[in-house]
Design a protein around this ligand. Structure first.
Ligand code: NCD
Length: 314
């Protein structure tokens, strides 16, 4: 009997077996019921019936917060939210994250979805929490549930994750979705990663070393045009302007853009992904190309988060 999922802190904690044997099938099952009003309205025997999940968000969010809240609601639970907790919670009065987490534990909530502005925030929260902490982004650290939905999207689009070549493009030092995705893809066989960024946004230290230790091949490149014809997936990201430190000033998108010319370089079976929100790096004109799947990807977030909550609390 596999151990029940509790905290979700970093992508490295998941095994390939967990993804293939539990997460993907349960996400598919959620996909088949999520929009069925008979299933959704029949709240009494929902997996989260009687459960309260606190959404503690110290940083802005659209998809992550709304998809978690939707997932909780569809599973029959109650979502209580603090958005902008940095300003509207007692954090502004000097309360520590640890104290806030203890208070929510004391109120009898069943889990906390936490987005914090400091790397390591979610891990700190686990040290004082009996109830599961789900990391919904910790500064420029990780965003593991995004990586799970990214890999689920890749698996759905290609029917496999093994033997794919994935380019990650943009702000690879501050972009937490890239960090989690690199760790997660490293669990699969014959995956090749191309990290494409200007020097200032070069892939975060620790990740190349991890990939080397796990025998995952990768390149570090500045030119997008040269990798586009070779890859199966292009994972675009925006420049994390809010995290830029002095000396990191560099255009708004690092100079990369999936325009028609870039699309012409991609193979016909490739896919373009983006965790969103997007800036100039993925113009809306690209959306009509069927290889651009960022909105399907965002929708998959609902199913994957339903599956995770069902596994943790169901
Ligand atoms: C990402 C994040 O918050 O890290 N957004 C998301 O959850 N889809 C990406 C970003 O902000 O660029």
């Amino acid at each position: 009997m596999p151990e029940k999922l509790h905290h979700i802190i970093e992508a490295q904690q998941f095994s390939r077996q967990f993804l293939e044997e539990e997460l993907f099938p349960i996400s598919q099952e959620m996909e088949s019921v999520a929009h069925d009003p008979r299933w959704v309205l029949n709240r009494g025997d929902r997996p989260l019936g009687g459960k309260i999940v606190c959404q503690l968000f110290y940083e802005p969010s659209t998809r992550t917060r709304i998809s978690f809240e939707t997932a909780i609601t569809k599973l029959g639970g109650v979502a209580l939210s603090t958005e902008n907790a940095k300003q509207f919670s007692s954090a502004i009065k000097g309360e520590t994250l640890e104290d806030t987490i203890k208070i929510i534990n004391g109120y009898g909530h069943d889990a906390i979805v936490l987005r914090h502005y400091e790397e390591g925030g979610a891990a700190r929260a686990t040290s004082v929490s009996r109830i599961p902490i789900i990391n919904a982004g910790d500064g420029s650290g990780q965003h593991p549930t995004q990586a799970l939905l990214d890999v689920y999207t890749i698996w759905k689009e290609f029917g496999r994750v093994d033997n794919l070549r994935v380019a990650m493009v943009g702000d690879l030092v501050n972009g937490r979705t890239v960090h989690s995705l690199a760790y997660l893809l490293a669990k699969f066989k014959e995956v090749h990663l191309d990290f494409v960024s200007p020097e200032v946004f070069r892939i975060k230290q620790g990740i190349p070393e991890y990939l080397e230790r796990h025998d995952v091949s990768f390149t570090v490149d500045k030119s997008l045009d040269s990798v586009l014809p070779k890859v199966d997936v292009v994972y675009m990201t925006r420049v994390q302007k809010e995290r830029m430190t002095h000396g990191m000033r560099f255009g708004s998108q690092g100079g990369y853009r999936i325009d028609q010319e870039a699309l012409n370089l991609l193979s016909k079976d490739a896919r373009v992904m983006h965790p969103l929100p997007r800036n100039e790096e993925l113009p809306p004109e690209a959306d009509s190309d069927p290889r651009v799947v960022c909105f399907q990807q965002a929708e998959n977030g609902l199913y994957v988060r339903m599956a995770l909550l069902k596994m943790i609390l169901g």
